[in-house]
Design a protein around this ligand. Structure first.
Ligand code: 4AD
Ligand code: MG
Length: 499
């Protein structure tokens, strides 16, 4: 089957092309249909002029409904006004399957409705843009590490070890004894770093998160580099270079996708090294400070002014609706949904802001930062920030202690700007056997299950470090998405296991 992809049409101007895809939208007037065809690689407008096609092609254009599968032949013409800069003048249309009642219409639907139909929703424009950006980010990640001589390795998903605390373990029956779905590939990554120097894992991990937040999934993808002979400082610099690379590849290669999502690119352009580095104690001071209160006040003002702009726009649209053409009405309908969604978000944030500030003002040294604390903290900066040297009590058992202050662990988190919060967690690992054994006891973890891990400290222990990047949180940040559920094809959360 000879087929041209929509993506490559701009290289075929003046030629005839055969396109295979699905009908996304259709409008018509006398003797003319405008079909928006999608084939997965892009969208293109196809113009059907009754004068230029035979009767059966015209009939096919007339009966084609949304998501009807089609073969369209036509001439590729330059048209700067169209996405992709081209338009197709149709010479024939064949129908593969006519569709009746496609459940997702161009009208707006609630997110739960769409999520229940995720298997179909993935064909729409927003998921198209998000999944392509996700794909590009995955490629950046591999390129970044491969170019630096890291060995990619796969950690087991079934394990006997808790890594990140026992409260979020999924327990399974493993032939009569218990095993867990892994929370992180780190411990096995450390093994491989002692064997291959610099490695990274790229795999799914599982957390039985009972919280229903916009940042938590129960199944997500983590990238975990682990490096022998790296201390905390080197680890932070690697994390910094890594995020710079991800952001810059996305802005240079996903222009169309980011534009479709309405992502403000300034936030991504500003992702440049060096990132501000704060100790946990400095971060605590900052979050409780008058400066934070002022930022919260500024944010309230900004939200109120956004709100009134949107309300004005809505009123104006209502006013012209009656005398608008059909296509314009449809555009207004679609915009109405966007406006309402945004207004709901603004209202919610306005309700939350006083609570966020109160909890920040009362923040006590020693606690872990909550989602809202991270959001407020990142508002102080225009790029990602690194917070390091947390109280050991809020960090995992494997963290090395700060030799300068025994209350602190040599851990670090990278927080994304614009309120997106933690996307990387990591640190320098405890490399002393006696200390590590003591830690496993203190955390009530089963000593036997860690014997192989202790061996790394028995046989040629070295300073080493690593971190974990949450892929979905990174995609949410790069795409500017409010909620993590749209960043993975089939999200798994507390309340969702299908489709
Ligand atoms: O901070 P976390 O728990 O760190 C680890 O698992 C370490 N073992 C990593 C390492 O040092 N090798 O998780 C790392 C990242 C977080 O920063 C966040 O981006 C993501 O994983 N993450 C989640 N993403 C989605 N849903 C969840 N429930 C997540 N929990 C963590
Ligand atoms: Mg963390």
């Amino acid at each position: 089957m000879e087929t041209t992809t929509i993506e490559s049409l701009s290289k075929q101007i003046g030629q005839t092309a055969t396109l295979r895809g699905w009908l996304q939208q259709k409008r018509g007037s006398k003797g003319l249909f405008f079909l928006v065809l999608r084939d997965g690689t892009g969208q293109v407008q196809c113009v059907v002029n009754q004068q230029n096609v035979d009767a059966s092609s015209w009939e096919n254009a007339s009966v084609a409904t949304q998501e009807t599968s089609l073969v369209i032949k036509g001439d590729v013409q330059k048209d700067e006004r169209q996405v992709g800069g081209v338009e197709v003048q149709v010479s024939s249309i064949d129908v593969i399957q006519i569709v009746g009642d496609y459940p997702i219409t161009p009208k707006s639907h609630g997110v739960e409705f769409l999520m229940d139909r995720r298997h179909l929703w993935l064909r729409s424009r927003r998921p198209w843009a998000v999944m392509r950006i996700r794909n590009r980010i995955i490629m950046s990640i591999h390129n970044f590490f491969q170019e630096r001589g890291f060995l990619q390795m796969d950690a087991p998903l079934l394990t006997k070890n808790a890594v990140e605390g026992t409260s979020t373990l999924f327990e399974i029956d493993y032939f009569g004894s218990s095993a867990y779905l892994t929370q992180s590939g780190q411990l096995h990554g450390e093994v491989m770093a002692m064997a291959f120097n610099k490695i990274y894992t790229f795999g799914p991990v599982f957390r039985a998160e009972k919280s229903k937040t916009r940042r938590h999934l129960t199944e997500f993808w983590m990238i975990e580099p682990e490096m022998a002979f790296y201390d905390l400082e080197m680890n932070m610099t690697l994390a910094e270079d890594f995020l710079v690379r991800i952001a810059s590849d996305a802005v240079s290669d996903c222009e169309e996708e980011l534009a479709l999502l309405g992502r403000d690119l300034d936030g991504l352009y500003r992702v440049q090294a060096p990132f501000p580095r704060l100790t946990y104690s400095e971060a605590v001071e900052l979050i409780r400070s008058e400066k934070t209160r002022l930022l919260v006040e500024e944010r309230k003002q900004e939200l109120r002014s956004q709100k009134s702009d949107l309300e004005n726009e809505r009123a104006q649209n209502k006013e012209i609706y009656g005398r608008s053409k059909e296509w314009k009405k449809r555009r207004i309908d679609a915009r109405e949904i966007e406006i309402n969604t945004r207004l709901d978000q603004i209202e919610e944030e306005l309700r939350n802001l006083p609570k966020w500030w109160q909890s920040a003002a009362e923040f006590e040294w020693g606690k872990d930062f909550g989602g809202s604390d991270e959001t407020l903290l990142t508002w102080h900066f225009d790029r990602p920030i690194i917070v390091h040297r947390y109280p050991e009590a809020v960090k995992a058992f494997y963290m090395k202690r700060d030799p300068e202050d025994d209350r602190l662990a040599l851990g670090m988190d990278v927080l994304a700007p614009e309120g997106f919060g933690e996307i990387i967690g990591g640190g320098q690992r405890a490399d002393d056997l006696t200390f590590l054994e003591e830690q496993v006891r203190r955390h009530n973890l089963p000593q036997e299950a860690f014997e192989w891990y202790f061996d790394l400290r028995r046989y040629g222990t070295v300073p080493h470090s690593g971190f974990g990047l949450g892929l979905e949180r990174t995609v949410a940040w790069v795409c500017g998405l409010e909620h993590i559920r749209e960043t993975i094809p089939f999200p798994r959360t507390l309340g969702r296991l299908t489709p």
